[in-house]
Design a protein around this ligand. Structure first.
Ligand SMILES: Nc1nc2c(c(=O)[nH]1)N[C@H]1C(S)=C(S)[C@@H](COP(=O)(O)OP(=O)(O)OC[C@H]3O[C@@H](n4cnc5c(N)ncnc54)[C@H](O)[C@@H]3O)O[C@H]1N2
Ligand code: MOO
Length: 411
């Protein structure tokens, strides 16, 4: 297959989006404590105001501002106390003030709170040491949220702040997309689990924990199957089993042109291939298709290819299945050193993203670009996206960045 027959990265994303949109996972209700980082499946419309009632922003005395000037000489009579909690329905009479604490309902007739620090209390009278403007330190009912307002939207990822807003509005549960169930397979006769001795020619299975960790960062609880040998019958039977029990089957290895790369054939014969081979580097031989009930994403075996294809394509599939609305926030940063890109495919380089002294994001590319160079990946914190085409990039040029970690803003 030549470069021209392979699809572009953008086409691969569009294909994943299409397939995922047609296979949205159903919604389920979960308590707020289980909803962190889930994708909301309903709009949340406020049926309360926030704040729910006018209340004090400070500990001090509820007063009427217009009375303060006059009160500086004779003081205000301390008539009652209103603490945060049950509203005692006090009403403020002229010449009076009411002791109040932060969050306590503002008594009728009061319009301002005099901070404790700005008042002297003598013989049951309060002498103002300042004259705050009307409304000072009063939190008005509905100034944050009005009833009927849509405060959270279906498709958004729930973070700590949005969940706490739902709680403030009295919601105990939210409807969220079910998390996809994911089976992880590593394949290859050369693989041994870490902790066991290696025979000549063998290597440790590093992709298993890589995929488990990447999936856990997405809130999934992956089920990792034992390493599969390069045996078509065993591979096929394990994948068939998984294909009827999981939403997504992730494999790594066995998708390029080697004599033992059986996966594309298996999908072609027993399922469907949506695409195989994408004009990206690393990760070119990536395979996407269906087997049984499952979406199968066959990642190339090289560790850095796994990282790039999962972050670039795998996450997109998980997002799409859950109906995640907004795309993950994208970052751009300026290159700190030159890059000579001498091939046509879209490239994901590894790099270190940091904020420069000027407040701008900068990225230092790691020159070890080969897809087995796991160390370079571990020394980095992001992927640098270089579009298709041969090009020389000068220091200072601005490039797209995919941070390893979920990203900013509910990522
Ligand atoms: N003639 C061709 N050869 C190759 C091509 C090609 O197009 N034509 N593509 C190359 C590219 S690019 C990649 S990437 C790899 C992808 O190969 P596979 O997906 O078939 O993966 P394997 O051959 O099984 O393994 C590749 C590499 O990764 C190591 N590996 C595999 N699994 C793990 C694991 N769980 N933990 C650690 N390392 C793993 C494996 O030992 C190999 O070194 O193919 C190129 N070849
Ligand atoms: O494209 Mo492969 O995934 O570079 O090594």
């Amino acid at each position: 297959m030549t470069e021209a027959n392979r699809i572009s990265f953008a086409e691969a994303l569009a294909c994943i989006d299409r397939v995922a949109a047609a296979a949205r996972l159903p919604a389920e209700s979960v308590p707020l404590s289980r909803a962190h980082r889930r994708v909301l499946a309903e709009d949340l419309v406020a049926d309360l105001a926030l704040p729910g009632f006018d209340n004090s922003a400070m500990d001090g005395f509820a007063v009427r501002a217009a009375n303060l000037e006059r009160a500086s000489g004779e003081g205000l009579r301390l008539a009652a106390e209103q603490f945060a909690g049950r509203d005692l329905a006090h009403a403020l009479a002229p010449g009076e003030c009411i002791r109040i604490t932060t969050g306590a309902p503002l008594p009728a007739g009061a319009d301002t709170v005099l901070m404790k620090e700005n008042a002297a209390l003598r013989d049951g009278r309060v002498f103002p040491l300042a004259t705050p403007a009307p409304g000072t330190h009063v939190r008005r009912a509905g100034e944050d949220v009005s009833p009927g307002e849509t405060v959270l939207r279906a498709g958004q990822v729930l973070d700590a702040a949005s969940l706490s807003l739902a709680a403030a509005l009295g919601r105990a549960e939210l409807r969220v997309a079910r998390r996809p169930t994911v089976a992880v397979f590593t394949t290859g006769d050369e693989l041994r689990p870490p902790g066991q001795p290696l025979a000549p020619g063998e290597i440790y299975d590093s992709n298993r924990v890589l995929l488990q960790s990447l999936l856990m960062a997405e809130g999934c609880e992956p089920v990792a199957w034992p390493v599969l040998p390069d045996d078509p019958a065993r591979l096929a039977s394990a994948l068939r089993d998984a294909a009827f029990s999981f939403d997504v089957v992730l494999t790594c290895g066995g998708v390029s042109a080697g004599e033992k790369d059986y996966l594309p054939g298996l999908l072609r014969e027993e399922g469907e291939v949506h695409f195989w081979k994408v004009r990206m580097k690393p990760g070119m031989p990536v395979l996407f298709g269906r087997l049984g009930e499952a979406h199968v994403l066959g990642l190339p075996g090289n560790p850095v290819s796994v990282l790039a294809t999962f972050l670039g394509l795998g996450r997109r599939l998980l997002d799409g299945l859950q109906g995640r609305g907004a795309p993950r926030p994208s970052l751009r940063a300026s290159l700190q050193s030159p890059v000579a890109k001498n091939h046509e495919r879209l490239e994901f380089m590894r790099g270190v993203l940091a904020c420069g002294d000027d407040g701008q994001l900068q990225v230092r590319p790691n020159p070890a670009v080969a897809s087995h160079r796991l160390r370079a990946a571990a020394d980095s914190n992001c992927l640098i996206v270089l579009p298709e085409g041969i090009a020389d990039y000068a220091p200072g040029e601005v490039v797209d960045i995919v941070p390893y970690a979920g990203g900013l803003g509910g990522g």
